[in-house]
Design a protein around this ligand. Structure first.
Ligand code: ZN
Length: 291
């Protein structure tokens, strides 16, 4: 049976009984994530999570790259929050000062990623090409990651004056020393680096990616749904027992301090001097503001 439902940016497929395949489908922007994109993705995850016939969820992407991260060109992002039924408990999305920014990021960035991490069934990310900043916040919440041999993983946020993406899993994913290297330098991890560090489970060619994710999904789907749920809870709780949740909250608040710093200096969330010229233009920045 193959059921396919399309929203604007996200495809929801059931390629085989027991397996849902959620596909990022905004390839013209390398799957840049704006508010609508993230709410559609969250709805797709909810649909798969709530369907008892689905045992495994694959997260894949159409196009050359998995995701270029958050869509910095989105206009009036805080106003857009009122277009959606929020899933967290934050408010103040259009309030003054730092409040709106913090509320929005807690809801749709760290909040969504934590929600997806805790879906009570196994999830597999199938990643090709570049996976940058916010892209990491889609793949890191997944339980397993399969990457193509040309995949790369990058968090360049320190170049823009912010110390890491909102879902601060770097240390848990690659260890403290490598986490510092990837953040301090903005260098990319290759698929092979990520495999060696235990951040990805398997590296395959582009041609093999879809089938490799299906093979893994089939193997898992044959197991007891309840046993899988309990195993996932046990492993996630073990990370949390080591302080993961508290460390995440602390990093998130430091991240908000960085945004507030740049808002005070430039009325922008990021250090504009670290942004590529094309992004500065897209944001309508005047050259004087970059000094
Ligand atoms: Zn942020």
């Amino acid at each position: 049976m193959d059921v396919k439902t399309e929203s604007t940016y996200i495809l929801y497929e059931t390629p085989e009984d027991g397996i849902a395949r959620i596909v990022l489908n905004r390839p013209e922007t390398a799957n840049a994530q704006d508010t609508k994109f993230l709410y559609e993705l969250n709805a797709a995850f909810d649909r798969a999570a709530h369907d008892d016939d689905i045992r495994v969820i694959i997260l894949a992407a159409n196009g050359k790259h998995f995701s270029s991260g958050h869509d910095l060109a989105e206009k009036d992002p805080h106003q857009h929050m009122h277009d959606y039924d929020t899933v967290g408990t934050m408010c103040g999305f259009t309030c003054a000062g730092a409040e709106a920014q913090m509320s929005r990021e807690e809801e749709i960035y760290v909040g969504f990623s934590e929600r997806w991490r805790n879906i009570a069934k196994p999830t597999i990310a199938a990643v090709q090409g570049k996976c940058i900043a916010g892209g990491l916040m889609l793949v890191w919440p997944c339980d397993l990651i399969i990457a193509t041999d040309d995949a790369s993983f990058t968090d360049p946020t320190v170049s823009f004056g912010v110390g890491g993406v909102e879902y601060f899993m770097h240390l848990w994913e690659v260890g403290a020393r490598k986490a510092k290297e990837m953040l301090f330098t903005s260098d990319s991890l290759s698929a092979q680096d990520a495999l060696t560090l235990g951040m990805v489970n398997k590296v395959v060619s582009r041609d093999e990616l879809q089938e490799a994710s299906m093979v893994m999904a089939r193997k898992i789907a044959a197991k007891s749904r309840f046993a899988l749920k309990l195993t996932k809870k046990a492993i996630n709780a073990s990370q949390d027992a080591q302080g993961r949740g508290l460390a995440m909250q602390n990093a998130f608040h430091l991240h908000q301090l960085a945004h507030t710093h740049w808002l005070k200096l430039y009325d922008l969330l990021l250090d504009p001097t670290g942004l590529p010229e094309a992004t500065q233009k897209a944001l309508g920045m005047k050259p004087a503001a970059t000094k």
